[in-house]
Design a protein around this ligand. Structure first.
Ligand code: FAD
Length: 335
C-alpha cells in the first residue's frame, strides 16, 4: 500500500526529527514522519521524560517530557503526517510521473514515497526490553504496558511496576495520585540504579503503606482471563513465590536500539552506528538522503540535542533546495 508522495519523509520522531519537520514545514514543504515507537520524543521521552535538561538554548531548566511536548507543538504545527509504530526497513528508488522518488517500506509493509529523506533515527529503532516470560506478548493491550503515556489509563488500577532504574522509580512515585495503592515495585536486584532521592522517597512511601517493594524479586508468571488479573513473583533471595493482584503490569526495563535495515541501504557509515554526512549540508552518500542528530556522524561530532537542532535546519534547507532546484536559501521565521 503506497501513501501519497510528500516532499520530505523524516525517519524518527526524536527532538531532532521534530525539529526537521518544523524547518521543512516552515519552508512550505510537505512532511511525513515515520517513527518505530508508539510515541513521539525519541530518547528524551523514552529514557528520561522526568529528568531535567539544562543545556538546550532558551531553556535554563526543562523537564524532558516538557521539552518534547514543545518540540511536538513546534514540529507538527504545519500538519506533518505522523505514522507511529512503523519501523522503516527498505529504501529503493522509483520513477513516477517523470519524477525520481525515494520509496521507503516499513516492516508492516507500508510504502512511503517522497522526494527527499531526512534520517533522524538516533541510535536506531528503539524497542523496550522485555521479560523472558513465555507468552508475554499475548498480554500486550490486555494489561501489559511498556510506557506510561497517559496517567489516567492507570486510574484506580492495581499496578505492578518492574524495573530498578529511573523510569520505574519515577512512575512508582508519579502514579501515587492515580493508581490504587500500594503500587508494587519489583526489581531483580536489592539495589536500585535510580536517583537516590527517588529511592528514598519510595522507601518512605513503603513505610506509609503506599508502595510495596519486592527486591530482589522477579515476575515468574502472569495470570488472567482475557486481561491481566495477577502475577506470580519469586523472592529470589529466599526462593519463595507468592501471587499479587495486578491489573496493570508496567515493564520499565529500558530500551535497546539497533540501526537495523538502515545500515544495509548502502550508506557510507561513520564507525558502526552513525551515517557519514557532510556537515556543511548533512548530505549522506545517497543523493536525496540527509541525516541529522545522533545518527549523523562526522569528525568531531558531538551528540547533543542543540547540535542536532542545528543539523536539522541544515538538512531541511538543503533537502528543499535540492527538491526545488534552487540555491540553499534559509528563510527567517519572524513574521
Ligand atoms: C539519560 C540521557 C540523558 C541525556 N541528557 C542530555 C542532555 O542533558 N542534553 C542533551 O543535549 N542531550 C542529552 N542526551 C542525548 C539526547 O537525548 C540525544 O542527543 C537526542 O535524543 C538525539 O535526538 P535524535 O532525535 O537525534 O534521536 P533520538 O532521540 O534517539 O530519536 C530517534 C528516533 O528515531 C526512531 N527510529 C530509529 N530507527 C527507526 C526506524 N528504522 N524506523 C522508524 N523510526 C526509527 C527511534 O525510535 C527514536 O524515537 C541524553 C541522553 C540520555 C540517554
Amino acid at each position: 500500500m503506497s501513501e501519497a508522495v510528500c516532499d520530505i519523509t523524516v525517519i524518527g520522531a526524536g527532538p531532532v526529527g521534530l525539529a526537521a519537520a518544523y524547518y521543512a514545514g516552515h519552508r512550505d514543504a510537505t512532511v511525513r514522519i515515520v517513527e518505530s515507537l508508539g510515541q513521539l520524543g525519541g530518547q528524551v521521552a523514552a529514557v528520561y521524560p522526568e529528568k531535567h535538561v539544562y543545556d538546550v538554548a532558551g531553556h535554563p531548566k526543562i523537564k524532558g517530557q516538557d521539552l518534547v511536548d514543545l518540540c511536538v507543538e513546534q514540529g507538527l504545527q504545519f500538519g506533518a503526517d505522523v505514522h507511529l509504530d512503523e519501523e522503516v526497513a527498505d529504501l529503493t528508488r522509483l520513477a513516477q510521473n517523470g519524477e525520481e522518488l525515494l520509496a521507503l517500506t516499513t516492516k508492516s509493509g507500508k510504502q512511503f514515497l517522497s522526494r527527499a529523506l531526512i534520517v533522524t533515527a538516533g541510535h536506531g529503532a528503539f524497542e523496550p526490553r522485555k521479560l523472558e516470560l513465555e507468552g508475554l506478548d499475548d498480554w500486550e493491550g490486555r494489561g501489559l504496558h511498556y510506557f506510561v503515556k497517559r496517567k489516567d489509563v492507570f486510574k484506580g488500577k492495581n499496578c505492578v511496576i518492574v524495573g530498578g532504574g529511573d523510569s520505574a522509580l519515577d512512575w512508582t512515585l508519579g502514579l501515587q495520585d492515580t493508581a490504587d495503592l500500594p503500587i508494587t515495585l519489583v526489581h531483580r536486584r536489592d539495589r536500585f540504579r535510580a536517583l537516590e532521592t527517588s529511592v528514598n522517597e519510595a522507601r518512605r512511601l513503603e513505610g506509609e503503606g503506599n508502595v510495596r517493594i519486592c527486591a530482589p524479586a522477579e515476575v515468574r508468571e502472569i495470570h488472567g482471563d482475557g486481561s491481566i488479573q495477577a502475577v506470580t513473583v519469586e523472592d529470589t533471595g529466599s526462593g519463595e513465590t507468592y501471587q499479587l493482584d495486578c491489573e496493570a503490569l508496567i515493564l520499565l526495563l529500558g530500551f535497546h536500539s539497533h540501526l537495523g535495515s538502515i545500515a544495509d541501504w548502502g550508506l557510507d557509515l561513520h564507525g558502526k552506528r552513525q551515517i557519514l554526512v557532510d556537515p556543511m549540508t548533512m548530505d549522506t552518500s545517497i543523493p536525496g538522503v540527509y541525516a541529522a542528530g545522533d545518527v549523523a556522524g562526522y569528525e568531531g561530532k558531538i551528540t547533543l540535542i542543540s547540535i542536532g537542532f542545528g543539523e536539522a535546519a541544515i538538512a531541511a534547507n538543503n533537502a528543499i533546495a535540492r527538491i526545488r532546484g534552487e540555491k540553499v536559501q534559509p528563510k527567517y521565521s519572524t513574521d
